[in-house]
Design a protein around this ligand. Sequence first.
Ligand code: NAI
Length: 319
Amino acid sequence: MASSAAGCVVIVGSGVIGRSWAMLFAGGGFQVKLYDIEQRQIRNALEHIRKEMKLLEQAGALKGSLSAEEQLSLISGCPNIQEAVEGAVHIQECVPEDLELKKKIFAQLDSIVDDRVILSSSTSCLMPSKLFAGLVHVKQCIVAHPVNPPYYIPLVELVPHPETAPTTMDRTHALMKKIGQCPMRVQKEVAGFVLNRLQYAVISEAWRLVEEGIVSPSDLDLVMSEGLGMRYAFIGPLETMHLNAEGMLSYCDRYSEGMKHVLKTFGPIPEFSRATAKKVNQDMCMKVPDDPEHLAARRQWRDECLMRLAKLKSQVQPQ
Ligand code: NAI
C-alpha cells in the first residue's frame, strides 16, 4: 500500500456507505484503512472497490487526478481498530443505523484516539447529542451525512453536537471539499437534519395527493422528474423564488398570499396505510417490477443518469 502526503483516513464499517467513502477519500489522495467487524466484509469491499474504480475509469468518471491503480494502492483493509486509527486525520464511522452500536464504537474510539483526529458519523438520522454524549473527545465529533449514492451525489450534511468545536466543523468542511464533495453546515441539530426534512415534506404531500385521488402515482413522479427536478438539479427552491420574480422581495410581495392560501389546505401527516401503499406499488411495478433483477437494473440506470448529470454540472459550474 502506498502512503499519502494528504494523510490517513479510517473507515469503520465496510458496507455500502463505507465503500463509497473509501473511494472518495482515495480519489482525494488520502491513504484509506478499511475496518470492519467481519473480515469477509473487508475482502468483499476491496473487491467491489477494485471493480467499480476500473469501470469508472473506463467511463471517464473516476474522481481525482490519480489513476484507478494509484487510488487502489492507497486503500487497504485493517483487522485491528487500534492499529488502524494510529496517526489518522479523520475517522468515518459507517456501521448500521443502531444508536447503541454506534455509541459503543464511539466509546471505543474515544478511548484510543488522540486530541487531533476528527470522529465523524455517517448516520442518516441519529442526533449528535445522543451519539456523542459523554465522550472525552466530543469537541472532535461531528456527523457527516452523505446521500446515496455518495460517489454521484456530492452533498454532505455536517451536523455538530452542541459541544463540537468550530474548528472541527471547519476542518471537516475543508476535507469534504478536498475530496470533491459538497458539504453544507447544519447550524444546530434537528430531527431528520435538512435533506430528509425536505424529502419527507415532499413525500408527505405526494402521498396525500395520491390518497385523495387527485393524481396517479406515476403522474405524481412525473411532476418531479420532468418538472421541479429539472431546475432543482441546478438551483434550490429559494433561488427559484428569487429568479421567478424581480428578486425575493418581489416574489414574496406577489405570491406569499397565494402560497399561504394553498399551504392552509395541506392535510395531516399521512398514515402511509397499506391500502394506499398497495395502490402506489401497483403503479410503480408497471414501470419497475419489484423483483431483485429489475430493481438492480433500474438502480444501475439511475446511477448512470446521475453520473452523466454530475459530468454536465461540472461543465456548467466550473469549480
Ligand atoms: P451496511 O449494512 O451496508 O454496512 C454496515 C457495515 O458495518 C457492515 O459491513 C458490517 O459488517 C459493519 N459493522 C457492523 N458492526 C460493526 C462493528 N461493531 N464494527 C465495525 N463494523 C461493523 O450499512 P450502510 O448502508 O453502509 O449504512 C451505514 C451508515 O450510513 C448508517 O448509519 C446509515 O444510516 C448511513 N447512511 C446510509 C445510506 C444508504 O443509503 N445506505 C445513506 C446515507 C447514510
